[in-house]
Design a protein around this ligand. Structure first.
Ligand code: NAD
Length: 463
């Protein structure tokens, strides 16, 4: 099987190098010429552990070809995956422009292709898009009928940035939304070849159900985050209560689970906020007000203000104060700042007159593009603390976990730490001003904590 992939973003490029690694010949199509050129010279346009090496291997082995020639790619492959972006329009609804032009480009080549070809939508699209938008688009541009000469399926992507390669090789499940059984069989056969001995559960359904699975999964995880953030904000008002202990104890109930019960500055990234907004807009269009999802989004927006509020409470006013922001990417192990809560927190602090000095191990280039001269940039975590009146931990990078109390005391003007990710031990940090999301005052003994963590680890919840 030869594969073509439209869109060389986080999903498309990661899939391409992984498929090439498993021996498939892959054409990767990217419309942004600068990005395509960068990939051709083995320079990944974003940071993802292991990606650079795998890209080198894929190009060196000749298994991966990066191009903008749709015709060559579609004629030279049996399956085309659409992995283009699906951003939000200003009202939160989904922007299908890229999906539409990808489908049309593929269709134009299918017009001259003699053999059966399967088109698979991997982009996250609102329910009904594959059947009501992609299918007519393919049919009108190819002059062929889906279900006869052309196959069509929707396979939602579940990879997580930061572990994208591992997730591509070991997905928790493969969901195949098939237009007809031939399309489903063709895609299932590819997935079985890709995963070899290690085939994940494969669930087959219609395309619209597959589209719902993706939105429902993201909406559930985002809601779990907003839920624990709301509990955290309650905990902060009750003496002696710590949301981490509450979450650890809740998480041992396997109906609840510990994952995604980490209180913090709120969720960000390219998927949760946009997908939730799209689902809310989609639902409203159908005449149903999705109150829980609306609350999830609202709580998330307010959580960034809550972090700024913690800083303000500590400093009285942030005006002309120097705030060290540690962490800009929306999560560790990526440089992705799309919808990162760091942006909201920084903007809020600046609006109130603070001077922001920031550092992130991977996202400095993206931060410079976003903030320009408006903030100061440090070249290390410790230098970021230099002369600061308050430090805010926004992303839980391992590098920040290594900082100790003395680092803060030595470098800062006033050693106040606002730990939104709960990466420090409150007892160790008692000798400086330590504020944390979800904590009024710690009541944990180290021994209690050790036992709980051991149990969580044995259940596979902690790494
Ligand atoms: P991205 O914005 O990083 O990449 C999309 C790429 O497609 C861009 O490089 C763009 O230039 C290219 N493109 C757009 N139209 C094109 C066309 N007609 N021909 C060729 N290239 C074209 O997006 P992403 O983060 O990879 O996400 C892609 C889709 O997958 C989205 O729908 C997203 O919601 C979904 N998704 C993303 C993730 C993630 O973690 N990033 C996870 C699961 C699902």
């Amino acid at each position: 099987l030869r594969i073509s992939i439209v869109g060389a973003g986080y999903v498309g490029l990661t899939s391409a190098v992984c498929y090439a690694d498993r021996g498939f010949n892959v054409y990767l199509l990217e419309s942004d010429r600068a990005k395509a050129q960068q990939i051709k010279v083995e320079e990944p346009p974003f940071y993802e552990a292991g990606l650079r090496e795998m890209l080198h291997e894929a190009l060196a082995s000749g298994k991966l070809e990066v191009s903008s020639d749709v015709k060559k790619a579609v004629l030279g492959s049996e399956i085309t995956f659409i992995a283009v972006g699906t951003p939000s329009l200003s009202d939160g609804s989904i922007d299908l422009t890229h999906v539409g032009s990808a489908a049309k480009d593929i269709g134009k080549t299918l017009k001259i292709k003699g053999d059966y070809h399967l088109v698979v939508v991997r982009s996250t699209v609102t329910p009904g898009t594959t059947l009501n938008f992609v299918k007519p688009s393919l049919e009108s541009s190819s002059g062929k009928r889906v279900g006869v000469e052309v196959g069509l399926a929707m396979q939602p992507e579940f990879l997580k940035e930061g572990s994208a390669i591992q997730d591509t090789f070991n997905p928790s499940r493969v969901v195949i939304g098939e237009y007809d059984s031939k399309s489903g069989d063709t895609l299932e056969s590819f997935c079985r070849k890709l995963h070899g001995e290690n085939v994940p559960p494969i669930l087959r359904m219609n395309p619209t159900s597959a589209e719902v699975v993706k939105y429902a999964s993201n909406a559930f995880l985002a809601t779990k985050v907003s839920f624990i953030n709301q509990i955290a904000n309650i905990c902060e008002k009750v003496e002696g209560v710590d949301v981490v202990k509450v979450a650890d104890a809740m998480g041992l109930d396997d109906r609840i689970g510990r994952k995604f019960l980490n209180a913090g500055p709120g969720f960000g990234g390219s998927c949760f906020p946009k997908d939730l907004k799209a689902l809310v807009a989609f639902s409203r269009e159908l005449g149903y007000e999705p109150k829980l999802l609306e609350a999830t989004l609202r709580i998330n927006e307010e959580q960034a203000n809550h972090v700024a509020e913690l800083v303000r409470e500590e400093l009285g006013s942030v005006k002309e104060k120097k705030i060290a922001v540690l962490g800009l990417a929306f999560k560790p192990d990526t440089d992705d700042m799309r919808e990162s809560q760091s942006i909201r927190i920084i903007n809020r602090l600046m609006e109130e007159g603070a001077e922001v000095q920031a550092y992130d191990p991977a996202a400095m280039k993206n931060a410079r593009e976003l903030f320009g001269e408006k903030i100061l940039y440090a070249d290390s975590a410790t230098n970021c603390l230099s002369g600061a009146d308050c430090a805010v931990i926004v992303t839980e990078w391992d590098e920040f976990k290594k900082l100790n109390v003395e680092d803060f005391k030595r470098k800062m003007r006033t050693p106040i730490v606002v730990d939104t990710r709960r990466i420090y031990n409150p007892q160790e940090f008692r000798s400086l001003r330590y504020r944390a999301v979800g904590l009024k005052e710690s009541a944990y003994t180290d021994e209690d904590e050790r036992k709980v963590k051991e149990r969580l680890r044995s259940l596979g919840y902690l790494g």
